[in-house]
Design a protein around this ligand. Structure first.
Ligand code: C2O
Ligand code: CU
Ligand code: CU
Length: 466
Protein backbone atom coordinates (compact mmCIF):
# COMPACT_ATOMS: atom_id res chain seq x y z
CA UNK A 1 0.00 0.00 0.00
CA UNK A 2 1.24 3.46 -0.82
CA UNK A 3 1.63 6.00 1.92
CA UNK A 4 -0.75 8.31 0.10
CA UNK A 5 -3.47 5.67 0.18
CA UNK A 6 -2.65 4.95 3.78
CA UNK A 7 -3.13 8.56 4.71
CA UNK A 8 -6.27 8.85 2.64
CA UNK A 9 -8.31 7.19 5.35
CA UNK A 10 -7.53 9.53 8.15
CA UNK A 11 -6.17 12.70 6.70
CA UNK A 12 -7.21 13.02 3.12
CA UNK A 13 -4.58 12.96 0.43
CA UNK A 14 -2.73 15.93 -0.88
CA UNK A 15 -2.35 16.02 -4.62
CA UNK A 16 -0.56 19.35 -4.84
CA UNK A 17 2.90 17.91 -4.36
CA UNK A 18 5.86 19.20 -6.35
CA UNK A 19 3.58 20.09 -9.27
CA UNK A 20 2.48 23.15 -7.36
CA UNK A 21 6.01 24.46 -7.73
CA UNK A 22 5.07 25.81 -11.11
CA UNK A 23 3.16 28.65 -9.42
CA UNK A 24 6.08 29.62 -7.30
CA UNK A 25 8.86 30.12 -9.82
CA UNK A 26 9.17 33.81 -8.97
CA UNK A 27 9.19 33.33 -5.24
CA UNK A 28 12.45 34.36 -3.54
CA UNK A 29 13.69 32.39 -0.61
CA UNK A 30 13.67 34.38 2.62
CA UNK A 31 16.22 34.04 5.37
CA UNK A 32 15.06 33.78 8.96
CA UNK A 33 15.28 37.27 10.54
CA UNK A 34 18.76 37.94 11.91
CA UNK A 35 18.99 38.65 15.63
CA UNK A 36 22.51 39.86 16.24
CA UNK A 37 23.63 39.60 19.87
CA UNK A 38 27.29 40.38 19.21
CA UNK A 39 27.17 43.93 20.61
CA UNK A 40 24.27 43.74 23.08
CA UNK A 41 25.01 40.28 24.47
CA UNK A 42 21.27 39.69 24.80
CA UNK A 43 18.22 38.46 22.97
CA UNK A 44 14.55 37.93 23.69
CA UNK A 45 12.67 34.95 22.35
CA UNK A 46 8.92 34.49 22.57
CA UNK A 47 7.46 31.04 22.11
CA UNK A 48 4.23 31.54 20.20
CA UNK A 49 1.46 29.56 18.58
CA UNK A 50 0.68 30.79 15.08
CA UNK A 51 -0.78 30.04 11.68
CA UNK A 52 0.92 29.77 8.31
CA UNK A 53 -0.49 29.54 4.79
CA UNK A 54 2.32 27.34 3.46
CA UNK A 55 0.84 26.85 -0.01
CA UNK A 56 -0.42 30.44 -0.32
CA UNK A 57 -3.92 29.22 -1.02
CA UNK A 58 -5.72 30.65 1.95
CA UNK A 59 -5.47 27.46 4.02
CA UNK A 60 -3.91 28.06 7.40
CA UNK A 61 -1.83 25.46 9.26
CA UNK A 62 -1.46 25.55 13.02
CA UNK A 63 2.20 26.19 13.83
CA UNK A 64 4.58 27.32 16.53
CA UNK A 65 7.58 29.59 16.38
CA UNK A 66 9.98 31.90 18.16
CA UNK A 67 9.18 35.60 17.69
CA UNK A 68 6.87 34.59 14.86
CA UNK A 69 4.54 31.92 13.56
CA UNK A 70 7.08 29.34 12.34
CA UNK A 71 10.77 28.71 13.16
CA UNK A 72 12.76 31.47 14.84
CA UNK A 73 15.34 34.18 14.20
CA UNK A 74 18.95 33.33 13.44
CA UNK A 75 20.88 34.19 16.59
CA UNK A 76 24.31 35.58 15.84
CA UNK A 77 26.62 35.18 18.84
CA UNK A 78 30.24 35.72 19.65
CA UNK A 79 32.44 34.49 22.47
CA UNK A 80 31.30 35.96 25.79
CA UNK A 81 28.06 35.84 27.74
CA UNK A 82 24.75 35.89 25.94
CA UNK A 83 21.72 36.55 28.14
CA UNK A 84 18.47 35.17 26.80
CA UNK A 85 14.98 36.00 27.96
CA UNK A 86 12.56 33.38 26.79
CA UNK A 87 8.84 33.86 27.31
CA UNK A 88 6.46 31.02 26.68
CA UNK A 89 3.30 32.60 25.31
CA UNK A 90 1.97 29.30 23.98
CA UNK A 91 -0.44 27.04 25.83
CA UNK A 92 1.95 24.12 26.27
CA UNK A 93 5.07 23.76 28.36
CA UNK A 94 8.26 23.14 26.40
CA UNK A 95 12.03 23.70 26.60
CA UNK A 96 14.68 25.39 24.45
CA UNK A 97 17.87 23.40 23.88
CA UNK A 98 21.04 24.87 22.34
CA UNK A 99 22.15 22.03 20.05
CA UNK A 100 25.93 21.95 19.62
CA UNK A 101 26.76 24.55 22.25
CA UNK A 102 29.51 23.79 24.72
CA UNK A 103 27.74 25.06 27.81
CA UNK A 104 26.94 23.53 31.22
CA UNK A 105 23.90 21.30 31.79
CA UNK A 106 22.33 24.01 33.94
CA UNK A 107 21.63 26.15 30.85
CA UNK A 108 21.46 23.40 28.19
CA UNK A 109 17.66 23.46 27.95
CA UNK A 110 17.07 19.71 28.04
CA UNK A 111 13.85 17.98 29.13
CA UNK A 112 14.38 18.89 32.80
CA UNK A 113 14.13 22.61 32.10
CA UNK A 114 10.49 23.00 31.20
CA UNK A 115 9.12 26.47 30.60
CA UNK A 116 5.46 26.47 31.63
CA UNK A 117 2.85 28.47 29.70
CA UNK A 118 3.21 32.11 30.66
CA UNK A 119 6.58 31.52 32.34
CA UNK A 120 10.00 32.99 31.56
CA UNK A 121 13.37 31.26 31.34
CA UNK A 122 16.45 33.47 31.35
CA UNK A 123 19.64 31.47 30.94
CA UNK A 124 23.00 33.20 30.49
CA UNK A 125 25.04 31.23 27.96
CA UNK A 126 28.81 31.36 28.41
CA UNK A 127 29.76 31.15 24.73
CA UNK A 128 33.32 29.87 24.43
CA UNK A 129 33.69 27.91 21.23
CA UNK A 130 34.95 28.24 17.68
CA UNK A 131 32.75 29.76 14.95
CA UNK A 132 30.07 27.29 13.86
CA UNK A 133 26.50 26.86 12.69
CA UNK A 134 24.40 25.46 15.53
CA UNK A 135 20.71 25.41 16.20
CA UNK A 136 18.16 25.64 18.96
CA UNK A 137 14.95 23.67 19.32
CA UNK A 138 12.28 22.44 21.70
CA UNK A 139 13.22 19.35 23.75
CA UNK A 140 10.35 18.32 26.10
CA UNK A 141 10.41 14.60 26.77
CA UNK A 142 7.87 12.74 24.66
CA UNK A 143 6.85 15.82 22.69
CA UNK A 144 10.01 16.98 20.92
CA UNK A 145 8.82 15.56 17.59
CA UNK A 146 5.52 17.49 17.70
CA UNK A 147 7.06 20.75 18.87
CA UNK A 148 9.89 20.79 16.33
CA UNK A 149 7.49 19.71 13.59
CA UNK A 150 5.19 22.62 14.50
CA UNK A 151 8.15 24.97 14.07
CA UNK A 152 10.01 25.37 17.35
CA UNK A 153 13.54 25.57 15.93
CA UNK A 154 16.02 28.22 14.85
CA UNK A 155 19.66 28.62 13.82
CA UNK A 156 22.67 29.96 15.72
CA UNK A 157 25.78 31.40 14.09
CA UNK A 158 28.82 31.63 16.30
CA UNK A 159 31.09 34.23 14.68
CA UNK A 160 34.47 35.77 15.38
CA UNK A 161 34.56 38.55 12.78
CA UNK A 162 37.47 36.92 10.93
CA UNK A 163 35.70 35.58 7.83
CA UNK A 164 37.10 38.31 5.55
CA UNK A 165 40.60 37.26 6.58
CA UNK A 166 39.64 33.64 5.85
CA UNK A 167 38.32 34.60 2.43
CA UNK A 168 34.85 33.32 3.24
CA UNK A 169 31.51 34.85 2.20
CA UNK A 170 29.66 36.09 5.29
CA UNK A 171 26.98 38.57 4.21
CA UNK A 172 23.78 37.21 5.67
CA UNK A 173 21.26 36.30 3.00
CA UNK A 174 23.50 37.67 0.23
CA UNK A 175 26.45 35.32 -0.24
CA UNK A 176 25.94 33.46 3.06
CA UNK A 177 22.65 31.56 3.05
CA UNK A 178 21.13 29.85 6.07
CA UNK A 179 19.01 26.90 4.95
CA UNK A 180 16.83 24.93 7.36
CA UNK A 181 15.70 21.74 5.61
CA UNK A 182 12.45 20.17 6.84
CA UNK A 183 10.14 17.71 5.11
CA UNK A 184 6.46 18.02 5.91
CA UNK A 185 3.12 16.36 5.20
CA UNK A 186 0.02 18.23 4.08
CA UNK A 187 -3.61 17.23 3.89
CA UNK A 188 -5.89 17.65 0.88
CA UNK A 189 -6.47 21.30 1.77
CA UNK A 190 -2.77 22.07 2.04
CA UNK A 191 -2.69 22.15 5.80
CA UNK A 192 0.36 20.73 7.53
CA UNK A 193 -0.43 17.52 9.39
CA UNK A 194 1.51 15.33 11.77
CA UNK A 195 1.20 11.62 11.08
CA UNK A 196 1.18 9.47 14.17
CA UNK A 197 0.81 6.11 12.40
CA UNK A 198 2.90 3.08 13.35
CA UNK A 199 5.11 3.31 10.22
CA UNK A 200 5.85 6.94 11.02
CA UNK A 201 6.77 6.04 14.55
CA UNK A 202 9.02 3.21 13.39
CA UNK A 203 10.82 5.03 10.58
CA UNK A 204 10.30 8.55 11.88
CA UNK A 205 7.90 10.95 10.20
CA UNK A 206 8.64 11.56 6.53
CA UNK A 207 6.96 14.27 4.55
CA UNK A 208 6.75 14.44 0.77
CA UNK A 209 7.76 18.05 0.27
CA UNK A 210 10.86 19.85 1.54
CA UNK A 211 10.44 23.24 3.19
CA UNK A 212 13.46 25.52 3.27
CA UNK A 213 13.21 28.09 6.07
CA UNK A 214 9.51 27.23 6.22
CA UNK A 215 8.91 28.00 2.53
CA UNK A 216 7.72 25.71 -0.23
CA UNK A 217 9.13 26.05 -3.72
CA UNK A 218 11.08 29.27 -3.15
CA UNK A 219 14.30 29.90 -5.10
CA UNK A 220 17.48 31.28 -3.65
CA UNK A 221 19.29 34.05 -5.50
CA UNK A 222 23.04 33.70 -5.50
CA UNK A 223 25.88 35.92 -6.74
CA UNK A 224 27.92 34.90 -9.79
CA UNK A 225 30.78 33.43 -7.79
CA UNK A 226 31.17 31.74 -4.43
CA UNK A 227 28.12 31.26 -2.23
CA UNK A 228 28.19 29.83 1.25
CA UNK A 229 25.36 27.51 2.22
CA UNK A 230 24.80 26.74 5.88
CA UNK A 231 22.75 23.56 5.68
CA UNK A 232 20.80 22.61 8.80
CA UNK A 233 18.85 19.37 8.87
CA UNK A 234 15.91 20.39 11.04
CA UNK A 235 13.73 17.49 9.90
CA UNK A 236 12.18 15.04 12.32
CA UNK A 237 13.59 11.97 10.59
CA UNK A 238 14.65 12.49 6.99
CA UNK A 239 18.24 11.74 6.03
CA UNK A 240 19.19 13.85 2.97
CA UNK A 241 21.76 12.34 0.59
CA UNK A 242 22.38 15.72 -1.09
CA UNK A 243 23.84 16.40 -4.52
CA UNK A 244 23.48 19.04 -7.20
CA UNK A 245 21.68 17.73 -10.26
CA UNK A 246 24.49 19.04 -12.50
CA UNK A 247 27.09 17.32 -10.31
CA UNK A 248 28.78 20.54 -9.18
CA UNK A 249 31.03 20.37 -6.18
CA UNK A 250 30.27 21.35 -2.64
CA UNK A 251 33.41 22.51 -0.83
CA UNK A 252 32.75 21.57 2.79
CA UNK A 253 34.26 24.27 5.01
CA UNK A 254 32.59 23.44 8.31
CA UNK A 255 30.91 20.52 10.03
CA UNK A 256 28.74 20.54 13.20
CA UNK A 257 31.54 21.91 15.36
CA UNK A 258 32.93 24.54 12.99
CA UNK A 259 35.67 25.09 10.42
CA UNK A 260 37.83 22.34 8.99
CA UNK A 261 41.55 23.03 8.58
CA UNK A 262 40.98 23.05 4.82
CA UNK A 263 37.96 22.53 2.54
CA UNK A 264 36.88 19.06 1.42
CA UNK A 265 35.38 18.93 -2.09
CA UNK A 266 32.44 16.53 -2.46
CA UNK A 267 29.71 15.95 -4.98
CA UNK A 268 27.59 14.01 -2.44
CA UNK A 269 26.94 14.96 1.14
CA UNK A 270 24.69 13.06 3.55
CA UNK A 271 22.97 15.22 6.14
CA UNK A 272 21.17 13.37 8.92
CA UNK A 273 18.68 14.96 11.35
CA UNK A 274 20.45 17.34 13.72
CA UNK A 275 23.57 17.66 11.57
CA UNK A 276 24.89 20.82 9.93
CA UNK A 277 27.36 21.38 7.12
CA UNK A 278 28.67 24.58 5.61
CA UNK A 279 29.63 24.37 1.96
CA UNK A 280 30.93 26.78 -0.66
CA UNK A 281 29.40 26.44 -4.11
CA UNK A 282 30.83 28.21 -7.13
CA UNK A 283 28.38 29.86 -9.53
CA UNK A 284 31.00 31.65 -11.62
CA UNK A 285 29.72 29.71 -14.66
CA UNK A 286 26.47 31.67 -14.38
CA UNK A 287 24.31 28.54 -14.48
CA UNK A 288 21.39 27.97 -12.15
CA UNK A 289 21.49 24.79 -10.10
CA UNK A 290 19.14 22.45 -8.31
CA UNK A 291 19.98 20.78 -5.02
CA UNK A 292 18.25 17.44 -4.70
CA UNK A 293 18.01 14.73 -2.06
CA UNK A 294 18.16 11.07 -3.07
CA UNK A 295 15.68 8.77 -1.27
CA UNK A 296 16.18 8.46 2.47
CA UNK A 297 17.72 5.02 3.11
CA UNK A 298 15.58 4.87 6.28
CA UNK A 299 12.23 5.82 4.81
CA UNK A 300 11.12 2.30 4.02
CA UNK A 301 8.43 1.47 1.48
CA UNK A 302 5.77 3.45 3.36
CA UNK A 303 7.08 6.93 3.66
CA UNK A 304 8.48 9.58 1.36
CA UNK A 305 10.56 7.02 -0.50
CA UNK A 306 11.39 9.09 -3.55
CA UNK A 307 13.99 11.70 -4.40
CA UNK A 308 12.97 15.23 -3.43
CA UNK A 309 13.92 18.61 -4.81
CA UNK A 310 15.40 20.66 -2.00
CA UNK A 311 16.27 24.06 -3.44
CA UNK A 312 16.71 25.83 -6.75
CA UNK A 313 19.57 28.35 -6.80
CA UNK A 314 19.31 31.08 -9.40
CA UNK A 315 22.29 33.20 -10.38
CA UNK A 316 21.70 36.93 -10.11
CA UNK A 317 23.90 38.26 -12.89
CA UNK A 318 23.77 41.79 -11.51
CA UNK A 319 25.19 40.73 -8.19
CA UNK A 320 28.96 40.61 -8.20
CA UNK A 321 30.40 37.94 -5.99
CA UNK A 322 32.65 39.22 -3.24
CA UNK A 323 34.60 36.01 -3.12
CA UNK A 324 35.79 34.11 -6.16
CA UNK A 325 38.33 31.56 -5.01
CA UNK A 326 37.85 28.75 -2.53
CA UNK A 327 40.35 29.52 0.26
CA UNK A 328 42.72 26.71 1.11
CA UNK A 329 43.44 27.56 4.74
CA UNK A 330 40.36 27.88 6.95
CA UNK A 331 42.19 27.85 10.25
CA UNK A 332 39.95 25.18 11.80
CA UNK A 333 41.40 22.77 14.32
CA UNK A 334 41.54 19.12 13.35
CA UNK A 335 40.58 16.83 16.24
CA UNK A 336 43.75 15.82 18.07
CA UNK A 337 42.57 14.03 21.19
CA UNK A 338 44.59 11.49 23.11
CA UNK A 339 42.16 8.76 22.13
CA UNK A 340 41.90 5.89 24.62
CA UNK A 341 42.74 2.56 23.00
CA UNK A 342 39.96 0.78 24.88
CA UNK A 343 36.26 1.53 24.56
CA UNK A 344 34.92 3.20 27.71
CA UNK A 345 31.21 2.74 27.08
CA UNK A 346 29.07 0.75 24.67
CA UNK A 347 25.61 2.01 23.84
CA UNK A 348 23.25 -0.11 21.77
CA UNK A 349 20.40 1.69 20.05
CA UNK A 350 17.50 -0.72 20.39
CA UNK A 351 14.26 -1.02 18.51
CA UNK A 352 12.22 -3.77 17.05
CA UNK A 353 9.78 -6.54 17.53
CA UNK A 354 11.39 -7.93 20.61
CA UNK A 355 10.31 -4.87 22.55
CA UNK A 356 7.02 -4.39 20.76
CA UNK A 357 6.53 -2.10 17.80
CA UNK A 358 7.09 1.55 18.56
CA UNK A 359 9.30 0.76 21.54
CA UNK A 360 12.76 2.28 21.62
CA UNK A 361 15.57 2.04 24.11
CA UNK A 362 19.31 2.31 24.67
CA UNK A 363 21.00 -0.74 26.21
CA UNK A 364 17.54 -2.20 26.72
CA UNK A 365 16.25 0.68 28.83
CA UNK A 366 13.81 3.26 27.47
CA UNK A 367 14.49 6.83 28.61
CA UNK A 368 13.37 7.57 32.14
CA UNK A 369 13.46 11.14 33.47
CA UNK A 370 14.36 9.81 36.93
CA UNK A 371 17.30 7.60 35.92
CA UNK A 372 20.85 8.82 35.31
CA UNK A 373 22.27 6.32 32.84
CA UNK A 374 25.95 7.32 32.80
CA UNK A 375 28.29 9.27 35.04
CA UNK A 376 31.31 10.89 33.40
CA UNK A 377 34.26 12.55 35.07
CA UNK A 378 34.76 16.23 34.25
CA UNK A 379 37.86 16.58 32.06
CA UNK A 380 37.85 12.91 30.99
CA UNK A 381 38.51 11.85 27.41
CA UNK A 382 36.40 8.81 26.53
CA UNK A 383 35.86 6.47 23.64
CA UNK A 384 32.26 5.38 23.03
CA UNK A 385 31.06 2.60 20.79
CA UNK A 386 27.51 2.98 19.46
CA UNK A 387 25.76 0.03 17.86
CA UNK A 388 22.43 -0.58 16.16
CA UNK A 389 20.87 -3.51 14.36
CA UNK A 390 17.91 -1.92 12.56
CA UNK A 391 17.79 1.29 10.51
CA UNK A 392 20.28 4.15 10.59
CA UNK A 393 20.28 6.38 13.67
CA UNK A 394 21.75 9.88 13.99
CA UNK A 395 23.34 9.70 17.44
CA UNK A 396 23.72 13.04 19.24
CA UNK A 397 25.46 13.93 22.50
CA UNK A 398 24.85 17.15 24.43
CA UNK A 399 27.63 19.26 25.90
CA UNK A 400 30.51 17.95 23.77
CA UNK A 401 31.97 17.89 20.30
CA UNK A 402 33.41 14.56 19.25
CA UNK A 403 35.77 13.05 16.74
CA UNK A 404 34.34 10.23 14.63
CA UNK A 405 36.90 7.41 14.76
CA UNK A 406 35.05 4.85 12.68
CA UNK A 407 31.72 4.09 11.04
CA UNK A 408 30.73 0.47 10.57
CA UNK A 409 34.27 -0.36 11.73
CA UNK A 410 35.69 1.43 8.68
CA UNK A 411 37.47 4.75 8.49
CA UNK A 412 34.73 7.41 8.25
CA UNK A 413 34.07 9.15 4.92
CA UNK A 414 35.64 12.54 4.14
CA UNK A 415 32.66 14.55 5.40
CA UNK A 416 33.45 13.29 8.92
CA UNK A 417 36.69 15.23 9.16
CA UNK A 418 36.44 17.82 11.89
CA UNK A 419 34.24 18.03 14.96
CA UNK A 420 30.71 16.70 15.27
CA UNK A 421 27.88 16.47 17.74
CA UNK A 422 25.76 14.08 15.69
CA UNK A 423 26.91 10.99 13.80
CA UNK A 424 24.82 8.76 11.55
CA UNK A 425 25.29 5.26 12.94
CA UNK A 426 25.03 2.42 10.43
CA UNK A 427 25.64 -0.76 12.40
CA UNK A 428 28.34 0.79 14.55
CA UNK A 429 30.29 3.95 15.20
CA UNK A 430 33.12 4.85 17.53
CA UNK A 431 33.56 8.40 18.76
CA UNK A 432 36.04 10.12 21.08
CA UNK A 433 35.42 13.24 23.10
CA UNK A 434 36.65 15.26 26.03
CA UNK A 435 34.03 16.33 28.56
CA UNK A 436 34.69 19.95 29.50
CA UNK A 437 31.17 21.00 30.57
CA UNK A 438 29.63 20.03 33.88
CA UNK A 439 26.14 18.62 34.32
CA UNK A 440 24.49 17.68 37.61
CA UNK A 441 21.80 15.16 38.52
CA UNK A 442 19.26 17.98 38.40
CA UNK A 443 20.33 19.12 34.91
CA UNK A 444 22.03 16.20 33.18
CA UNK A 445 23.07 16.09 29.52
CA UNK A 446 21.23 13.88 27.03
CA UNK A 447 22.45 11.48 24.38
CA UNK A 448 19.91 10.22 21.91
CA UNK A 449 18.86 9.34 18.41
CA UNK A 450 17.97 12.57 16.60
CA UNK A 451 15.13 10.92 14.72
CA UNK A 452 12.67 12.73 16.94
CA UNK A 453 10.08 9.93 16.94
CA UNK A 454 12.79 7.53 18.16
CA UNK A 455 13.97 10.00 20.79
CA UNK A 456 10.42 10.56 22.07
CA UNK A 457 9.83 6.80 21.99
CA UNK A 458 12.69 6.24 24.45
CA UNK A 459 15.94 6.04 22.44
CA UNK A 460 17.59 8.51 24.78
CA UNK A 461 19.72 8.42 27.92
CA UNK A 462 21.13 11.01 30.28
CA UNK A 463 24.49 11.55 31.92
CA UNK A 464 26.14 13.73 34.50
CA UNK A 465 29.60 15.29 34.19
CA UNK A 466 31.13 15.99 37.59
CU1 C2O B 1 19.17 18.60 18.88
CU2 C2O B 1 19.03 16.60 22.37
O1 C2O B 1 19.03 17.63 20.64
CU1 CU C 1 21.71 18.78 21.51
CU1 CU D 1 16.80 6.30 15.66
Amino acid sequence: MQRRELLAGGLGVLTLGPRAWANTAHLHLKMPPLLDTTSSGRAKLTIEAGEVDFWRRGQMSATKGFNGAYLGPTLRMRVGEVALDIHNQSREATTVHWHGMLIPGAVDGGPHQMIEPGAWWSPVLPVAQAPATLWYHAHPHGRTARDVYAGLAGVIHIVDGQDDARGLPHHYGEDDLTLVLQDRLFDAHGRMVYDDSMPSRMHGLHGDVVLVNGQIGARAQVPKGLTRLRLVNGSNARIYPLAFVDGREMHVIATDGGYLPKPVALTHLVLAPGQRAEVLVDFADGHDALLRAAPDPNAGPMGGGGALDVLALVVDHDKRARMRRVPQDLGGQAPALQVPTRVDRVLSLDMGMRMGAGAFAINGAPFDMATINQRVKLGATERWRITSNMLLHPFHVHGVLFQVLSLGDQAPPAQYAGWHDTVLVAGSAEIAMRFTQSASDAHPFMYHCHILEHEDGGMMGQFTVV
